[in-house]
Structure formats: C-alpha cells, structure tokens
Design a protein around this ligand. Structure first.
Ligand SMILES: C[S@@+](CC[C@H](N)C(=O)[O-])C[C@H]1O[C@@H](n2cnc3c(N)ncnc32)[C@H](O)[C@@H]1O
Length: 285
C-alpha cells in the first residue's frame, strides 16, 4: 500500500478520532435506522452490527461457532468488544492509526475484555495473521480506504478458516451497466470526498461480488442499505454544530475539512451515486 495514502489515513484518524468519540462514542460507522426516525444514534450503530451479523447468517452464541474473529480496520475497537462479548470470542483488531490502537487497548481494558480483544497497528492488505485463523472476518467501513480491492478480498479470504464467514460493510458507488462510466460530475464529487477522507478510487458492489467469486467464496449475498442509513449524515452534520465540535472545527484543519465532506456525502447519497453496501460470503469448508 502506498505510504502517502497509508500515512494520510493514519494521520486523519489520529487527529479526528478523539472528537468523534466524544460526540458519537465508540463506533465509527453508520447507524441502521429501522424507521428513519430513531433519535438514538448509538443504538442505531449497534443495530448496524447486529443486522450485519444477521444478514450474514452468523447466528447467536449457541449457533455461530465464532471462536476467533478479526476486526479489519477496527477503529477504537467498538465492533471487537461487541464480538468478544456477544460470542465470547478471541478477537484481533487492526488499524493504521496508532492513536486508535492505544485507545482501543485502553477501552478494552476498562471493559475487562483485555484477555479477549487485542489490537495492533497493521495493514489490512498484508495482515500479520496465519492463514485460516478466523471463523469471522469483519470489516465495518474500512474497505473504502483500501487502494487494492483485489488484495483486500484476497487477505480477508486468506485469514478466514474453512467455513468462516466474511462480512464487508462498505461505501460503494452505484452499479454500472456494461460499458457505462460514472459521469464527470460523479467522478468530481468522489474526488472531493477522497481528498478529504483519504480514500482511493471507489468500486461498486458488483465489483466486490466479482472479487469474492474470484476468491471462491460460497453463498455470496449483498444488500443495499442506502435507505436504512439515510438519517446518519444529517445527524453527523447536526452533531458538528454542538459547541465542543465547533471548538475543534476552528483548531483542526483535518476536522474542518471532514465537516465539509459531510455535505459532499449527503449530495452523493441524494443523487444515487453513493451506495451503502453489505457483501458477505463463506470460505469453502
Ligand atoms: C471509518 S473507520 C471504521 C472503524 C471501525 N470499523 C468502526 O466501525 O468503528 C475506518 C478504519 O479503517 C482503518 N483502515 C483503513 N485502511 C486500513 C488498512 N489498510 N489497514 C488497516 N486498517 C485500515 C482505519 O485505520 C480506521 O480504523
């Protein structure tokens, strides 16, 4: 992975994670809104994890068989602790951000889960794990940062145990017809978002499916949850207007630009360009 992008991602999360956690809590991802009217965004974020597990058919503690899980792009370990608690599993989380890694360790110790969930700074495109290690390979909103989606999928599948589940929840652009390209406006909008959030070029959900097929995954399923995440970005925008966030807006260039990108994301969703996708499948037994 190119060092410029890698350093950019690490710095972005080093600088912006504390304010995000202060305002939004331990999960750095969209919420799942059943009615579109829920006001409890933290619950919506937990529901996102539950619904993703349900969609992937992972099951509950008695049926899932999840003893080891990896949280690829773990933020401050919100999903890791959730999976460790729900399944009693051993979880390994990786992030590019040293700040997030330290914070994940601190919060996990505070929760008394340090024997179950452990964290390191590592690259998802070259994971420091043996092949066939994990029953559950989890990537919650980290795929969009990966510059080489083929290598990303290859790594997810490599570390999955035979029969293991892979769950990728990620930002995609709309599916394209044969020969169709994104319009100049769409490309321009994504370029703006990419420059602020340190993202490489986007792919569609169909592209993820093709990659999953190439890696031999079975029972591949996708869902487009663009509608159920709709209230998320407007809520993020509103949360930027509380006094704590405004203070940071004035002092951090990264956070200021991040706030601007919220508007671009809202436009991207509203014109049908950005899709919130879930892709899941199972490694052959
Ligand atoms: C939007 S945050 C999501 C964090 C977490 N999954 C959650 O839902 O709270 C994106 C995460 O992906 C991580 N990430 C991005 N590129 C990565 C890479 N190449 N290797 C490992 N982690 C990466 C970032 O460091 C960050 O922790």
């Amino acid at each position: 992975m190119g060092t410029e992008l890698k350093d950019g991602i690490a710095t972005f999360y080093d600088e912006s994670t504390a304010i995000w956690e202060e305002v939004w809590g331990e999960h750095l991802h969209h919420g799942y809104y059943y009615t579109g009217k829920e006001k409890n965004h933290q619950k919506a974020q937990v529901d996102m994890i539950e619904e993703s597990l349900k969609f992937a058919g992972v099951g509950d503690v008695t049926t899932s068989g999840v003893k080891r899980a990896v949280d690829v792009g773990c933020g401050i370990g919100g999903s890791s602790r959730f999976l460790a608690t729900k399944y009693g599993a051993q979880v390994r989380g990786i992030t590019l951000s040293p700040f997030q890694c330290r914070r994940a360790q601190f919060l996990t110790q505070k929760a008394g889960l340090e024997d179950k969930a452990k964290f390191s700074v590592a690259d998802a495109l070259a994971m420091p794990f043996q092949k066939e290690t994990f029953d559950l390979v989890w990537s919650m909103e980290s795929g969009e940062h990966m510059p080489d989606k083929k290598q990303f999928m290859r790594e997810l599948v490599r570390v999955a145990a035979p029969g293991g589940r892979i769950v990728v929840v990620t930002w995609c652009h709309r599916n394209l017809k044969d020969g169709e390209k994104l319009t100049r406006f769409e490309r321009g909008l994504l370029k703006l978002i990419n420059s602020i959030y340190f993202l490489p070029p986007w792919v569609s959900m169909n592209r993820y499916v093709a990659l999953a097929e190439e890696e031999g995954l079975e029972g591949i399923k996708t869902a487009d949850w663009t509608q159920v995440v709709k209230p998320f970005w407007p809520a993020v925008l509103v949360s930027c207007l509380n006094w704590k966030s405004i203070k940071v807006l004035f002092t951090s260039e990264t956070v200021r630009k991040g706030a601007l990108a919220i508007l671009y994301m809202m436009v991207g969703y509203s014109v049908g360009l950005i899709k919130f996708g879930v892709i899941t499948g199972q490694k052959k037994k």
